[in-house]
Design a protein around this ligand. Structure first.
Ligand code: HEC
Ligand code: HEC
Length: 341
């Protein structure tokens, strides 16, 4: 074996051991290099009984965009998780059945297949379990599962799709959830944002300002305490001191004091495409988000100990924003499915 190759393998091995240790100890990754943010090879956990097949993905895609899944027959998952709006809705907080305003903003479903927790408060673990929640939530799609299954049985074209995807399992809450999860796992970054090209060695893929922004992100500005790895999240829950919220967040799920007002660290992939930001849509722009962190958060009660005043200069704030903008891919074409009748 070629020694150079062996050395590289060793290095890889040591780094892959150090990263989890650093994450566990919550060491800011100053040992982290930019390559820590391109662990795109990271595998998704896929349940053994729901491995991907083209038939499963196609069925899930149809269900995701089918408004007949809702009580009113006019809201689909794709109404709120709209591919034309970065798989979100462009609103501060979602709007559901009967124009009801929801309490939380609609997260993108980009890269959700990698999440260890689903929802802002992490109340579901798997996409399979998550998918049938919004269908039945009164404020979201307001549909009862029994009625939905009857309706889908009456749409002749669905039967062969379910049969091809889950032979002999029929149309059920279980197969609906499994199919949608399979489709969602196909909505992933392909690591072709300017930042990724830069990490892979294309020196002029991002501006000098964005390069300085990355150094700040990964150092002085402390963003890497929580936004880590290829998907820029630690999958953890933190109270970052947002204004105008009395939402208990993770505390409603796990009654531990530090979790009061703590929410899941969201991905920063394609971030330019999904304003407004935060679980309550508190900020309209990335500039406002950076200003929030610069002040060390606004509402200081139960603030995460990792939130500190940053004292960034005007130029440094602009650099951070330039960097964040390099995490957004070129928008790709996406074709909507033709739904069965
Ligand atoms: C009315 C708007 C609306 C509709 C319709 C809707 N969602 Fe959502 N979705 C949201 C909101 C708001 C949240 C965040 C709720 C929370 O965290 O409490 C969310 C969260 C999610 C998440 C978690 C993402 C993450 O990173 O935590 C997934 C996955 C998801 N929705 C998929 C779906 C699927 C699948 C459907 C259709 C069956 C659907 N949604 C229908 C608004 C909507
Ligand atoms: C203590 C952990 C922590 C640190 C440090 C941190 N973040 Fe966050 N970040 C979060 C959490 C948690 C949220 C979601 C908060 C919420 O909505 O309640 C978030 C949200 C965001 C969002 C909005 C994402 C969206 O989709 O709405 C952006 C952008 C962001 N952070 C960028 C940064 C930058 C830039 C820095 C460094 C200046 C930083 N973060 C530092 C944990 C952190």
């Amino acid at each position: 074996m070629n020694t150079k190759k062996r050395q590289v393998n060793w290095l890889h091995y040591i780094i892959s051991l150090l990263i989890p240790i650093a994450l566990l100890l919550n060491i800011p990754a100053s040992l982290a290099a930019k390559t820590d943010y391109m662990l795109g090879q990271q595998k998704m956990k896929i349940p053994a009984n729901n491995q991907a097949t083209p038939a499963r993905i196609a069925l899930g895609k149809a269900l995701f965009f089918d408004p007949r899944l809702s009580g009113s027959n006019w809201i689909s998952c794709g109404t709120c998780h709209n591919p034309a709006l970065g798989w979100s809705d462009g609103l501060p907080t979602g709007i559901g059945e009967g124009q009801q305003v929801l309490h939380r903003s609609t997260p993108t479903i980009l890269n959700t297949g990698y999440n260890r927790h689903q929802f802002w408060d992490g109340r579901e673990r798997t996409l399979e379990a998550q998918a049938t929640g919004p269908i039945q939530a009164g404020v979201e799609m307001n549909q009862t599962m029994g009625v939905l299954i009857e309706e889908l049985e009456l749409i002749k074209g669905y039967k062969p799709l379910f049969e091809a995807a889950y032979p002999g399992e029929g149309i059920s809450e279980d197969t609906i959830g499994k199919a949608i999860a399979n489709f969602e796992r196909t909505i992933v970054s392909d690591y072709s944002a300017p930042f990724d090209h830069w990490v892979r060695g294309k020196k002029d893929a991002i501006s000098a300002s964005a390069k300085r922004g990355f150094e700040l992100f990964d150092g002085k500005a402390r963003c890497n305490f929580c936004h880590q790895g290829h998907n820029f999240t630690d999958d953890g829950f933190h109270n970052i001191g947002l204004p105008n919220t009395d939402d208990p967040g993770r505390y409603a799920i796990a009654k531990i004091a530090i979790l009061k007002g703590a929410f899941k660290t969201p991905t920063l992939r394609d971030i330019a495409r999904t304003p407004p930001y935060m679980h309550n849509g508190a900020y309209a722009t990335l500039e406002a988000v950076v200003e929030h962190y610069n002040e060390g958060g606004k509402n200081k009660s139960n603030l995460s100990p990792n939130m500190k005043k940053l004292n960034l200069s005007k130029q440094e704030k602009a650099d951070l924003v330039s960097f964040l903008n390099t995490l957004t891919d070129k928008q790709k074409e996406f074709s909507l499915p033709i739904l069965p009748n």
